[in-house]
Design a binder for this molecule. Sequence first.
Ligand code: BG6
Length: 511
Amino acid sequence: MAANDMADDGLIVIFGASGDLTKRKLIPALYDLFVEGMMPERFAVLGSSRSEMSDEAFREHLTPMARKSAHAFDDASWARFIERVRYQPGDSTRSEAFGPLKKRIGEMAQAYGTGENLLFYLSLAPHLYDDTINNIGAAGLVTEGKAWCSLNRLNRPWQRIIVEKPFGHDPDSAAHLNRVLGRNFEEESVYRIDHYLGKETVQNMLVFRFANAIFEPVWNRNYIDHIQVTAAETVGVEGRGGYYDSPGGGAMRDMIQGHLLQLLALVAMEPPVSMRADDIRLEKGKVLLAARAARDDESPLIAVKGQYGPGRIDGVDIPAYRREKGVDPESQNDTYAAFDVRIDNWRWEGVPFYLRSGKAMARKTTEVVINFRRAPHRLFRSTVSGPRITPGNQIILNIQPNEGIRLRFQGKVPGSGMSIRPVVMDFDFCQQFKARPREAYSTLLLDAMRGDQTLFKNREETESAWRIVQPVLDYWTAHPSDDLPNYAAGTWGPADADRMLAHHGREWHNE
Ligand code: BG6
């Protein structure tokens, strides 16, 4: 999938570097790559944000979390890595900050021999994106120009930008952000990150579907009854109440729009012509285009909003969402959302894709469950032990934790007679490959340094995802719920979500 196997030399400039993401994810991810020998020979990192800090203070700020989160931390490697990390204070929304920043970039490029290659990372609050992107452009830091018509395509320097989620908060703001990016960068230099796409098990979905001949023939409306995509977390909003309770937050925007529609696209897409980024993104984009947006009156039938009340998870008392710091005590925000999405195309006509995501739920799991139709002739009707109706087969793609794939089918219970029961064939990712999957951020940062956009969203995908969820969000705004909170922390979500499936004679996979 990669444009080049090795990452190019380059300087990584992180905006919003004093924030949580940099120390929790970005720096440990870069350090892991460094230890693996995957970083280019000449690289350096420049963090920037408003806080005044020296290089030394920034390094000290990063160390404890790297020690905790990196795959294999050792002092000697860390010392060699952190020596290449520096800090430049400045407010990236103000053009004055870019004089000193540009000077620093020049000095570092010289000192570390990174050339003109620059990878910008926007790890900022979303309202700071526009000005920062425009300032990068206005400061003349993007020099590649019309890269696609450059005469020497292979050796040209590049400037790329990684944009964190949330990518807008509705269709208009996402389209606006795309235009701001488009004014300053070529589309081939824009990397809209979705860390779910960096998870090994998510990428394995492509391999599972397209490197094996036995699944594709049954991967359609003739054999599949419905598909469930779940991302359940046991944690609440973990002190991020301020962000989560803002107009851009909530489970429908944060998780369903932000991540789960991508999982749906990977499950539902047609085989791509090749594994090139554009070919894969073309097929994913077509699925999202074919996803039906709800009509006004349909929302209550196809979507359920939930918010957690007090409860207990792993023996710990969890306060109600409305009692969290930074959350409006009357908040209408969704900490849980379930959404029945339909894809209007030949392959999927009539097959519901039930997406759900929630905080403070019974168990942490991210999975895609493919539920096949029942066997057409129920030969064992009178002999089934256990459930009255023989369930259809299931393929369960476990994304996290317990990464792997399970196939559930009916088996004969040993003994005389014909008792049958569902049994499971289990593929465990870690056991099979004797390796812990690489962290998503490592994969994605490496891909951006290699110039591989496969695991990043393109412009159309971001805009389609908003088009799909927005009618439901509008409906929720216009019709506040009077039953919130409607699920206790530590449970599987509101009863209405169970009813939504029961109405179709189905139930959630809560294992
Ligand atoms: C983030 C969301 O994108 O993903 C968070 O903003 C969520 O609300 C997180 O907790 C979940 O990521 P993961 O990798 O732990 O499933």
